[in-house]
Design a protein around this ligand. Structure first.
Ligand code: PLP
Length: 246
C-alpha cells in the first residue's frame, strides 16, 4: 500500500469508485429512487491524506472518519480543499467534542444527552454549526450490551429534541450500523420506522445514514440517503494506523 505510486493508486481508486457508484445507481433504480437521493460518504479511516486528495480529484466531496486522533490531523492536512465535507461516524467521547467541532461538518454518532451538551458548547465556542444525526442501536436483543454505541430506539426522540433545541446544532436525521447476525434489510427497515417517526416532529430531519460496503443495497432499499463506504473504495484497511507526517 505505502509503495503504491500515486498514478497507480489513483487508477485503483477511480476503478473502485466507478463500481460503487454503479452499485448505488442500480440500487436506486431497483428501489424506484433517483440516484441523486443518495450521497456517497467515502470512509477514509486508516488511509493517508494523499488518498483523500486523490478522491477529491475524482469528485468525492464527502469523507468519513471514526477516530478523532486520526481525523483531526487529516482534516487539517486537507484544509485547502474547498467544499470537502467531513463526517464523523465513530463513537465519540465527550472530551473529544471540542476537537471534533473544529473540523467536522456532520456528526453521525450522537447517542446521548451529555454528548449533545458537549458538542453544542464546543460548536458555539468554535463559531460553527454542526449537523448531528442520532445514532440508533438496532440490536434487537440487548442494545446496551453491544458496546457499539447508539441510542435505544425508545430514547431517540429525547436525544433528537435536545439536538433540535441546541443553539449550535442542527438535527439532520438518524444513523445506524446493521447489527451482526441480523438480516440487514430487516434492521434498516426498523431504522426507516424510527426515521419516519422522527420526521413527524422534525420535518427537516431527512438524513438516513445507513449502509456500508457489504450492505449498501439493503440500506438504499430501505431509504438511506447517505451510505458510508470504506473497503469497497479504498481496499482492505491496513493494520497500521494512519500517522500524520507533518
Ligand atoms: C468503517 C466504517 C464504515 C465503512 O465500512 P466498510 O465496510 O469498510 O465500508 C461505515 N460506518 C462506520 C460507522 C464505520 O466505522
Amino acid at each position: 500500500m505505502t509503495g503504491t505510486a500515486p498514478a497507480e493508486r489513483r487508477a485503483e481508486l477511480a476503478k473502485n469508485l466507478a463500481v460503487v457508484r454503479e452499485r448505488i445507481a442500480r440500487a436506486c433504480l431497483h428501489a424506484g429512487r433517483a440516484a441523486d437521493e443518495v450521497t456517497l460518504v467515502v470512509v477514509t479511516k486508516t488511509f493517508p491524506d494523499s488518498d483523500v486528495r486523490l478522491l477529491y480529484e475524482l469528485g468525492v466531496r464527502d469523507v468519513g472518519e471514526n477516530r478523532d486522533q486520526e481525523a483531526a490531523p487529516k482534516a487539517a492536512a486537507c484544509a485547502d480543499l474547498p467544499g470537502l465535507t467531513w463526517h464523523f461516524i465513530g463513537q465519540l467521547q465527550t472530551n473529544k467534542a471540542k476537537s471534533v467541532a473544529g473540523y467536522a461538518h456532520v456528526v453521525h454518532s450522537v447517542d446521548r444527552m451529555r454528548l449533545v451538551t458537549a458538542l453544542d458548547r464546543a460548536a458555539q465556542q468554535a463559531g460553527r454549526v454542526l449537523t448531528c444525526l442520532v445514532q440508533v442501536n438496532l440490536d434487537p436483543v440487548a442494545p446496551e450490551e453491544t458496546g457499539r454505541g447508539g441510542a435505544a430506539p425508545a430514547d431517540v426522540p429525547r436525544v433528537a429534541e435536545a439536538i433540535a433545541a441546541a443553539e449550535a446544532l442542527r438535527l439532520g436525521g438518524v444513523m445506524a450500523v446493521a447489527p451482526l447476525g441480523v438480516d440487514p434489510a430487516a434492521a434498516f427497515a426498523r431504522l426507516a420506522d424510527v426515521a419516519n417517526a422522527l420526521r413527524q416532529d422534525h420535518p427537516d430531519a431527512t438524513m438516513v445514514s445507513a449502509g456500508m460496503s457489504g450492505d449498501l443495497e439493503a440500506a438504499i432499499g430501505a431509504g438511506a440517503t447517505h451510505v458510508r463506504i470504506g473497503t469497497a473504495v479504498l481496499g482492505s484497511r491496513p493494520t497500521l494506523r494512519y500517522r500524520p507526517n507533518r
